[in-house]
Design a protein around this ligand. Structure first.
Ligand code: BGC
Length: 275
């Protein structure tokens, strides 16, 4: 182990301040709870569903963690600025941004309205841009505090297997996720000299409200399993654990990478006995 090595205790995120967007449900909720379990103080961002967001904060504080809810639409520049200003006031700074907020508005391509297109791009891609920009500004202002982390800040973008798997009927969503890939890698290249790490997690089918139709009935679940070599649906906690590791100093030399948490969905299982 060299002098800069984080050692084995560094999955501990205590002293770090995290913002998770869209943290009231699904993957965001799982990531917020996992980061808090690892010791981070967490801002639970959400845009609707006050009770669900409050419940995430309750769960964190009941286990001795620190968290508060903040309602903001990540696609709105003024609301994002207010959210970051409050976080710096309440927590002093930000060490970890998890750009998670995302949604689907599915339609056959020829029927897709400009509103459906703009809404999905606005939240999934522009929202990640706005939050990442504010995080980078604060990371650069503060710099490395080596008692906290050997990095000046970490950004984790929630992408999807659909950053590489085309998805008929979901052109707006797949385009937003493809965009996240190049945005993430370009930011990573730009801010690496400032010791800021930027990476993505690309989940496959995770059991959340966004894809209930894909797992709710036994027939749907069986059809889904044809796409998943590992033969189980993912759980929010599968993504939560990956996020904790990626945010920790264990992952200190990793930037510009996408980690697929997908049970092998991107392994093209359709080719197992075909092709
Ligand atoms: C989508 C889910 C889908 C999964 C796998 C995710 O990005 O949001 O609806 O089940 O990809 O196709």
């Amino acid at each position: 182990m060299n002098a800069a090595s984080p050692g084995t205790k560094s999955l501990d995120l205590s002293g770090q301040k995290a913002l998770v967007t869209g943290a009231n449900s699904g993957i965001g909720r799982g990531v917020a709870i996992a980061l808090a379990e690892a010791g981070a103080a967490v801002v639970v961002n959400y845009v609707s569903g006050d009770d669900a967001a409050a419940e995430v904060v309750d769960q964190i504080t009941r286990s001795g963690g620190r968290a508060y809810t903040h309602r903001a639409d990540v696609s709105s520049e003024p609301q994002v600025l207010v959210m970051f200003r409050r976080m710096v006031k309440e927590f002093g700074t930000i060490d970890i941004l998890v750009n998670n907020a995302g949604l689907q508005r599915d339609a056959a391509f020829e029927n897709m309205t400009l509103d459906q297109w703009n809404f999905v791009i606005g939240v999934n891609l522009t929202g990640q841009f706005l939050c990442a920009r504010e995080a980078v500004r604060e990371f650069k202002r503060r710099g490395v505090v080596k008692e906290v982390s050997c990095s000046a800040g970490k950004i984790i973008c929630l992408s999807s297997v659909h950053e590489v798997i085309p998805w008929a009927g979901h052109v707006n969503y797949a385009a937003s996720k493809g965009g996240i890939n190049m945005m993430m890698r370009s930011i990573a290249q730009e801010v690496a000299p400032d010791r800021i790490r930027v990476n993505s997690i690309a989940p496959g089918a995770i059991r959340t409200p966004i894809n209930t139709a894909a797992w709710k009935t036994p027939e749907a679940y069986a059809a889904l399993m044809k796409l998943v070599p590992y033969k189980r649906i993912g759980e929010p906690d599968d993504v939560g654990r990956a996020a904790v590791w990626l945010a920790s100093d264990h992952a200190d030399y990793i930037t510009g990478a996408t980690i697929f948490v997908d049970g092998g969905m991107t392994l093209y299982p359709g080719f197992t006995e075909n092709g």
